[in-house]
Design a protein around this ligand. Structure first.
Ligand SMILES: [Zn+2]
Length: 381
């Protein structure tokens, strides 16, 4: 063995099956995948997780200063999240421009011992005033009221402004979805009261994904199907789900797994900065929230206010629910990357970045390999 080689061994979760073997990494990449029955009782080895919708972690807010982004990246890595997209909540346009600029500059100096940033995501401000969820309604805007040139600086650097949530029924939304798609920024429909026709029009205009399915959106009614119904019915659209057991009842998990093609389900945490800090009170976008266990709610009205999980919890929940492991793994890694258009990682395959997660029998993270370097998993609770 050469000194520069790093090896992960166990039950490899591949695209179409689970097979015992070894992954050999060299110079940050997967050099070889060697299948071998002798490894059949080892840990699970999955590709590193990718969270495209995460507002903060470990007490660090994505919208905070550089040190806060450093802290967030370092807090996410031990949970198996090897890549992430820092996500802003609805805020004044100027604040969002500053956020985009800050992330763009920070990416050049992001810590090597943290989850790797892949750009940024804006959850708003072009959402429905009727479905703000835990967002601050004071900062919600209609696309028709904001000239495109005002948000154009967000698009100055390619592959930076990755995703944004838009309610397709709001004035000017379809034009904005189309204009963003032309520049490589994908819209995720959400925080919306869209009818089925309005949701269809949003996807047809270029929207590619759905923001936390069932939460803060028109649902599945037998005579008046809304955005959630269209997101489930259309095979071409990616659909985020927060699998923390609170955002969507487990009874619906089976329906989601049956309805969505394996390549279109995307696990997200939607985590807020309080995630990973234990029970207590804090704020989200200026609103008071309270964390208890793995739930976070607005103090004012008890509404869910983002989650306090990381993707490892979502993977564990779904695996224990009985979803096939290749499918769970794709939803945590390959699918979010395909949504973004990133193709250099996310599968156990020679030539790709050596981003791997080693999990024990109960799907708890033991170690995380990022670009060929092992890092410790989370400290035991
Ligand atoms: Zn969110």
């Amino acid at each position: 063995m050469r000194v520069s080689e790093m090896i992960a061994r166990g039950r490899l979760v591949l695209e179409d099956r689970v097979a015992p073997g070894r992954v050999v990494a060299e110079a940050g990449r997967i050099a070889r995948v060697e299948l071998d029955d002798a490894e059949s009782s080892g840990p699970w080895i999955m590709p590193g997780f990718v969270d495209v919708h995460v507002h903060g972690w470990g007490g660090h807010d994505a919208m905070g200063p550089n040190g806060s982004l450093d802290g967030m990246a370092r807090a996410l890595l031990p949970r198996g999240v090897t890549s992430f997209v820092p996500t802003a909540v609805t805020a004044p346009i100027d604040t969002l421009l500053e956020f985009g600029d800050r992330v763009r500059r920070w990416i050049q100096v992001a810590p090597e011992d943290g989850s790797q940033p892949l750009g940024f995501n804006l959850e708003g401000p072009f959402i429905s005033p009727q479905r703000v969820g835990a967002q601050n309604p004071a900062f919600v805007r209609a696309p028709a009221d904001v000239p495109f040139r005002e948000i154009e600086p967000l698009l100055a650097t390619p592959n930076m402004f990755r995703l944004t949530t838009i309610a397709p029924e709001t004035p000017g939304a379809l034009d904005l979805i189309g204009a963003l798609a032309e520049r490589g920024t994908w819209t995720s429909l959400g925080h919306s009261v869209a009818t089925a026709d309005e949701a269809m029009a949003g996807y047809d205009a270029g929207a590619r994904a759905t923001t936390h399915l069932f939460n803060a959106m028109s649902g599945v009614h037998q005579h008046a199907p809304g955005l959630a119904a269209v997101a489930l019915a259309r095979d071409d659209v990616y659909t985020e789900v927060v699998f923390d057991g609170h955002h969507v009842d487990r009874l619906l998990w089976a329906l989601i797994l049956r309805a969505k093609p394996a390549a279109r389900l995307v696990l997200v945490s939607d985590a807020i900065s309080l995630a990973g800090t234990g029970d207590g009170r804090g704020t989200l976008g200026g609103l008071d929230v309270e964390v208890r266990g793995d739930e976070c709610r607005l103090v004012s009205n008890g509404a869910l206010a983002g989650s306090v999980i990381a993707l490892d919890s979502a993977v564990r929940n779904l695996a224990r629910f009985g979803a096939p492991l290749p499918r769970v793994s794709a939803a945590a890694s390959a699918n979010p990357l395909a949504l973004l258009g990133v193709s250099d990682r996310g599968r156990i395959e020679a030539g790709l970045r050596a981003d791997l997660v080693e999990l024990d029998e109960g799907f708890e993270v033991r170690r995380v390999m990022q670009a060929g370097i092992w890092h410790e998993g989370p400290a035991p609770a």
